[in-house]
Design a protein around this ligand. Structure first.
Ligand code: NAD
Ligand code: MG
Length: 389
């Protein structure tokens, strides 16, 4: 009998995290959860540790950690890491075969590089880390001969469509975009969208940051940059189409005019299961598309006035190797400030644009300079006065 794949799951309490746990629980012979992490939600993490009998745990937030220890939330056998280095230490100390990166934000970069160095395959949901450090991650993947499997539904679709074909015959890839929660709001009313409204998504159930990113299409911008790194493509090969049903997850167009697509219902469990079992397949517990029913699929080019973040992603691609880092950091801060009601929904693209046009970039590329640009952009985006945007 084959041995179970040992999995470390970063971001176990989040939306991708819980979908991943659902699959691990369904296939106990195939997977063993050996490490888990969360930022603050210690009770949910302790519950997961108990259910899956995991003793290697990272709780990044220090005060959540102190409280969890005082109230004895975790079993005495558990090894619990906390603070800035918690994820790094968890990966260093835990023997595993695969890392599932389901935390949000750029802090995923350093622990993921550590896991690659240790020879773990990476199932990647987090998109910020490729946008920030794509050149370093893809280089490390090659050097250590491990797999980088995309969970993000669009990239998973492209990964599946490319399989068995010759990449030199590829003309372009077309990412589908649902248009997010404000796709029908009149453009002149977008400035009044509240964080609560932007956190609603018509098709997908996801974390707050990515749901707001869907409404601005910064999410698709991040995905364009992510695709550039995952599939080594030029900006002119990267396209987006609006597809409100979220059934086609992306297209691949070949030089002979043929187009391939991957379809499944809008649930992340399909792409997560694909990555966890890759290169094998297993029966999904969820129903697939029902072709006994009538349904239609619609596609349209996105309106640049409604979604300025999309055009800014192409600008970021032109500003390589730092454009992605600036785009991502400015967007992360802008979204935080929007949630805190310091800026309007329509200020998010303005902050990204200001940052892309104003951040000074060094001449050489190193991991340190990349992290410095990330921090400089955050500082810049935090102090921008919305009245002057
Ligand atoms: P989420 O907000 O639901 O969960 C985030 C997880 O990360 C939680 O477990 C949280 O505790 C942890 N976390 C947050 N801040 C942290 C920090 N500073 N340090 C350590 N851990 C931290 O997010 P999500 O929707 O599951 O998304 C996770 C990632 O996957 C994001 O990068 C997102 O863009 C990407 N993604 C999500 C979906 C989706 O359907 N939810 C689809 C594609 C890609
Ligand atoms: Mg996606």
């Amino acid at each position: 009998m084959p041995t179970a794949k040992r999995i470390i799951l970063l971001g176990a309490t989040g939306s991708i995290g819980s979908n991943t746990l659902e699959i691990i629980q369904r296939f106990p012979q195939d997977f063993q959860l050996v490490g888990i992490s969360a930022d603050k939600n210690s009770q949910a993490l302790a519950e997961i540790a108990k259910t899956f009998q995991v003793s290697s745990i990272a709780l990044s937030n220090e005060s959540a950690y102190q409280e969890a220890i005082q109230t004895k939330q975790f079993s005495e056998q558990s090894k619990i890491y906390s603070g800035d280095q918690a994820l790094h230490q968890l990966i260093e100390a835990t023997e595993a075969d695969m890392l599932v990166v389901a935390i949000v934000g750029a802090q995923a970069l350093s622990p993921t590089l550590k896991a690659i160095e240790k020879g773990l395959d990476i199932a990647l949901a987090n998109k910020e880390l490729l946008v920030l450090g794509g050149s370093f991650v893809t280089q490390a993947i090659k050097e250590n001969n491990v797999r980088l499997l995309p969970i993000d539904s669009e990239h998973n679709a492209i990964f599946q469509c490319l399989h068995g074909n010759n990449k030199k015959d590829l003309k372009s890839i077309i990412l589908t975009a649902s248009g997010g929660g404000c796709r029908d709001t009149p453009i002149d009313q977008l400035q009044d969208i509240t964080p609560q409204e932007a956190k609603q998504h018509p098709n997908w159930s996801m974390g707050a940051k990515i749901t707001i990113d869907s409404a601005t299409m910064a999410n698709k911008g991040l995905e364009l940059i992510e695709a550039r790194w995952l599939f080594n493509l030029e900006p002119h090969q990267l396209k987006v189409t609006l597809h409100p049903e979220s059934i086609v997850h992306s297209f691949v167009q070949w030089i002979d005019g043929s187009v391939l697509a991957q379809l499944s219902p809008p649930s992340m469990t399909f792409s997560i299961q694909h990555c966890l079992f890759y290169p094998e397949k297993r029966e999904s517990p969820k129903p697939s598309i029902d072709f006994d029913q009538c349904f239609s699929l619609n596609f349209a080019p996105p309106d640049p006035k409604r979604y300025p973040c999309l055009e800014l992603a192409y600008q970021a691609l032109k500003q390589e190797p730092y454009g992605g880092a600036i785009y991502n950091a400015a967007n992360e801060i802008a979204v935080q400030r929007f949630i805190a009601e310091e800026i309007r929904f329509t200020d998010i693209p303005k902050i990204i644009e200001y940052a892309l046009n104003h951040i000074q970039i060094p001449k050489t590329l190193s991991l340190d300079s990349l992290l410095q640009i990330d921090q400089a952009t955050r500082d810049y985006a935090l102090q921008l006065d919305p009245k002057k945007l």
